[in-house]
Design a protein around this ligand. Structure first.
Ligand SMILES: N[C@@H](CC(=O)c1ccccc1NC=O)C(=O)O
Length: 301
């Protein structure tokens, strides 16, 4: 049955489709509802939220990168799919990308009345980096705030506490699929010094990008496995997948190897899937990967 956008089914169920919603004043502070059917949620269908890549700066990467996968998953599996756009560097710097994603997640749950129901995060490249940072967003953001003076803070400490309260109350994430992620920028720059061109646009200093990632952070909370604790939205986290294409020409598989080891050492439910899903910017369009994610959603992989 094909329904017009946002039309109610006879039983009052709302379907929302191809709808962009603002979560802030900036044009990039939008999320897109590719498809959301309340019935899917009632039938224990899945709701995916997609985080795009683009090295924190490339305007060619948006939530529409997920178009192919969103269509495939909606047709093959009862999957609701939403994508988040966030403000880009150099206009903004870390941790603003992360703050935007947190704000968007709260708005998505409120807009779709999805409270107390789980979400699945899918992130590509720095979108996967954002997922890793979300696991411990409070510590990551606090580390950056310590590097900034009062006048440089992207939001007030009071507004930040309000955001933390909303995230804790509204956002629940039970699964995360990380594609072609950057998880240790210090290590990556050692291999690819030219990547400083985008890293320096996204972070204010080496200390910033060192503390922004658990794998390179000097905080005991991150480098002592016994001190690791997941942020509130992940209390029900049941599955993390680290996915990497053997043809990725931009991000080395050593980044995925490193995060896999890090998460295993902290007894998280992590698995990895390395296969040929094409070059870096073809992965999020890969029908093969879309099918693999469908099999993961069905829990037969
Ligand atoms: N297209 C991006 C580059 C980019 O996206 C990228 C390059 C190397 C390693 C990872 C990348 N993207 C991660 O989100 C740019 O032009 O800045």
């Amino acid at each position: 049955m094909s329904l017009k956008e946002n039309e109610c089914l006879s039983n009052g169920t709302t379907i929302r489709e191809n709808e962009s919603v603002s979560y802030g004043e900036d044009p990039l502070q939008k999320f897109k509802i590719f498809y959301y059917n309340e019935e899917y949620v009632k039938d224990h269908g899945d709701t995916i939220v997609y985080l795009h890549g683009g090295a924190w700066r490339d305007p060619r990467n948006t939530f529409d990168d997920f178009d192919v996968m969103a269509k495939y998953l909606r047709e093959q599996w009862y999957t609701n799919v939403i994508g988040i756009n966030y403000r880009l560097s150099p206009t903004v710097k870390h941790p603003v990308h992360l703050l935007d994603v947190l704000t968007a997640l709260v708005h998505i749950v409120k807009t779709l009345n999805h409270k107390s129901k789980p979400l699945i995060l899918v992130g590509h490249s720095v979108g996967a980096s954002l997922i890793l940072q979300l696991l411990n967003y409070i510590q990551i953001i606090e580390s950056e705030f310590e590097l900034l003076n009062e006048s440089e803070l992207p939001i007030s400490k009071e507004a930040l506490q309000d955001l933390y309260k909303d995230v804790k109350e509204y956002v629940q994430i039970d699964r995360a699929y990380c594609l072609e992620g950057i998880y240790d920028t210090v290590q990556l720059l050692g291999q690819y010094p030219s990547y400083s061109s985008f890293v320096d646009e996204a972070f204010i200093s080496k200390a910033s990008y060192t503390e922004a990632f658990p794998l390179s952070s000097t905080s005991p909370k991150f480098n002592d496995p016994s001190k690791f604790e997941l942020a509130p939205p992940f209390s029900g986290l049941s599955d993390i997948r680290i996915i990497h294409s053997t043809s990725d020409e931009l991000v080395p598989v050593s980044q995925s190897d490193a995060v896999l080891e890090y998460l295993k050492q902290r007894n998280l439910p992590v698995k990895h899937f390395y296969s040929d899903f094409g070059i870096h910017d073809d992965v999020y369009k890969s029908e093969k990967l879309a099918h693999w994610i469908y099999l993961m959603l069905k829990a037969i992989m």
